[in-house]
Design a protein around this ligand. Structure first.
Ligand code: NAP
Length: 275
């Protein structure tokens, strides 16, 4: 598995998303992902599946150190005391003493950012997470967190796929030496029917979705976390390490970029950067 080197840690470039997986399906899909070779798992307090993910980790018998596990603090848990308590509850549900990456899931203007970041940094000092980061942060919010408040963040997890260029956010993350974790990386299915991606894939015996995922993880410090409940989908998504895109392929995919955002959480969505 291709790894991303960022801030002294190696993160598997392809992870497994678990939003909308719950109960038995979350457990089985995560175990299945481990069998297929995934070692990077993305969950969150609001997904309601930390217990099942934790059980899958335990039952997989994969050494804990080989799994990179991310969870996220819900936006209504961002005041310091609640953040700390809610993370303790996450750890209990996961059956773990430490996660690898702990994120602010969505910014919440009602919770002072400095207070949340300090609480996260304290959890890192206490060994309850190895790294901290954010999700759904705009350039303005990243500047505030990194430059004004001096937070040492590993990543910003944002929507990113061939139809949403994220130019401004990518430039800011490069400036700060941070990773971009791409959510909705197969654009919830749209990449499988896009003509340019299909035509490129035909040259390599790959689908449009595999081309889109390969395009993401070939970018330095970009990880992708497609979700797949179905075994054949999860297997196809990880079968992207035996081919490489040419410069012409990459230019054609870059040219698809629109500003087509699929995910926004109306009470919490920030004023998104355009493009
Ligand atoms: P996604 O991964 O782009 O799309 C998932 C959908 O695509 C599912 O319906 C899945 O079907 C289908 N699919 C996956 N692989 C396929 C394949 N090879 N062939 C055909 N269909 C395929 O969207 P997402 O779940 O929104 O995003 C991925 C992960 O990112 C989430 O699960 C979550 O962990 C994270 N996320 C984070 C945020 C945030 O605010 N930080 C927001 C959204 C998502 P099946 O499930 O039926 O296999």
């Amino acid at each position: 598995m291709h790894q991303i080197g960022v801030k002294g840690v190696n993160v598997p470039a392809l992870g497994f998303g678990t939003w909308a997986l719950s109960g038995r399906q979350a457990y089985e899909a995560t175990l299945q992902a481990f069998e297929l070779g995934y070692r990077h798992i993305d969950t969150a307090q609001i997904y309601g599946n930390e217990t099942e993910i934790g059980r899958a980790i335990a039952d997989s018998s994969i050494p804990r150190g080989e799994i990179f596990l991310t969870t996220k603090i819900a936006p209504n848990n961002l005041r310091a005391a609640t953040l700390r308590r809610s993370h303790e509850e996450s750890l209990k549900r996961l059956g773990l003493e430490q996660v690898d990456l702990l994120l602010i899931h969505w910014p919440n203007p009602e919770a002072p950012l400095g207070e949340s970041l300090e609480a996260l940094a304290r959890l890192r000092e206490q060994g309850k997470t190895r790294f901290i980061g954010v999700s759904n942060f705009t350039v303005k919010l990243l500047e505030e967190a990194v430059e004004r408040l001096g937070a040492d963040l590993l990543c910003n997890q944002v929507e990113y796929h061939p139809f949403l260029a994220q130019r401004a956010v990518r430039a800011a993350l490069q400036r700060y030496g941070m990773m971009l974790t791409a959510y909705a990386p197969v654009a919830r299915g749209r990449v499988f029917t896009e003509k340019t991606l299909i035509a490129i894939g035909r040259k390599y015996g790959k689908s449009g979705g595999q081309v889109a995922l390969r395009w993401l993880i070939e970018q330095k410090t970009v990880a992708a976390i497609p979700k797949a409940a179905r075994r054949e989908h999860a297997a196809a998504n990880i079968d992207i390490f035996d081919f490489a895109l040419s410069a012409e392929d990459r230019a054609e995919i870059d040219a698809l970029a629109e500003d087509d955002r699929l995910v926004s959480w109306w009470g919490y969505a920030p004023d998104w950067d355009k493009g």
